[in-house]
Design a protein around this ligand. Sequence first.
Ligand SMILES: [Zn+2]
Ligand SMILES: [Zn+2]
Length: 380
Amino acid sequence: MALLVGLGVFFAQAQSMRIGLFPNQKFTKIKFANALDSYFILADTTFIGVMDHFSFCEISKGTNGTMDVVFQGTKTIGVKEVKIIASQREKSLEISGLSPGMKARAFEGDFLVRSVNGVLLMVNLVDLETYLEGVVESEAGTGQKLEYYKVQAIISRTFAMKSKQKHVKEGFDLCNQVHCQAYLHKRNGAPIIDSAIKATRGQIMIQQDSSFAPTFFSANCGGQTCEPSHVWNASISGLSSFCDTFCIYTKQAAWTKQLPLSQWKSYLVEKYHYPIDDSISAALMVNWTSNTRPAFLFHPGYGIPMRDIREHFNLKSAFFSVSSDGTMVTLSGKGYGHGVGLCQEGAMKMARLSYSYNQILGFYFPSYHLSLIASDYLLE
Ligand SMILES: [Zn+2]
Ligand SMILES: [Zn+2]
């Protein structure tokens, strides 16, 4: 019993983020395995056992909102909540999906599993800085400069703090998907990421009024960042569109997409009553270029938001021009992503050109300042 009391204290104090893992997968059966140290398994208040590198634990949906837990050949039924608690920090445990299938992915920290509306909800309880190691690797990949990883660490830390209420009704703070920010596994390699997190420990960006800054980012802005209102119908204090020449020769600077002219025409006519009989409008439909990032296709008067076309045709960005050979329409686009805020490929280029992380942040977020989060968010 003394052990359980001790565990309870550890569980309550040593974690600060609750990350919902793959909530859209709707798992009904999962498996925990490959523990790199000892993990204590609790089914409600019952201590089930200690999982090590050679044992595994399977959890499946039971009846009436409960779960069945199988560990070392013993099945426990009618469980409302499973807690899997690490005996040491900086160790990891692998989670895989058995139904539906999902390859094993390792996470640090503790875990909580509940059955909610007939599916298993997995929550990873992890401290902020450890979570960020996984986020920075998932969002920025490998092979970047240290200064870029510092930039990503600060914007991701700021986002995490600012958005902590995003999934509160579902029982966790943030999900591990792109919807919040990608945290697909613990940091796998690249000690440089660890160095960037440590070097910027607790650093965030704040607005003039000291609140957390909205540190939006996307892969490539296409040479001009996007006005937030083009994406979300609302402006955001301190964020406005500007030219970015750092990203124009990078990997995702340009794209093209072809579609039949008939499909393009019927989409515009059916969805927006496009005046096809008007000769000027008919000509624009197949030959239009905008050198700056527009909110609307052709002319604001037609009321066709670029954002909606991006969504409908699954385009990489909402920044493109239109041409046609008479049979096909070619959409020639710039950038990848919504384009608001920091441009990752531009910032990566700045880091390669030896700009420091605060110069890079200053370029993309000129209205915001660096600050430190309250020390009680940081655990020693
Ligand atoms: Zn989310
Ligand atoms: Zn850019």
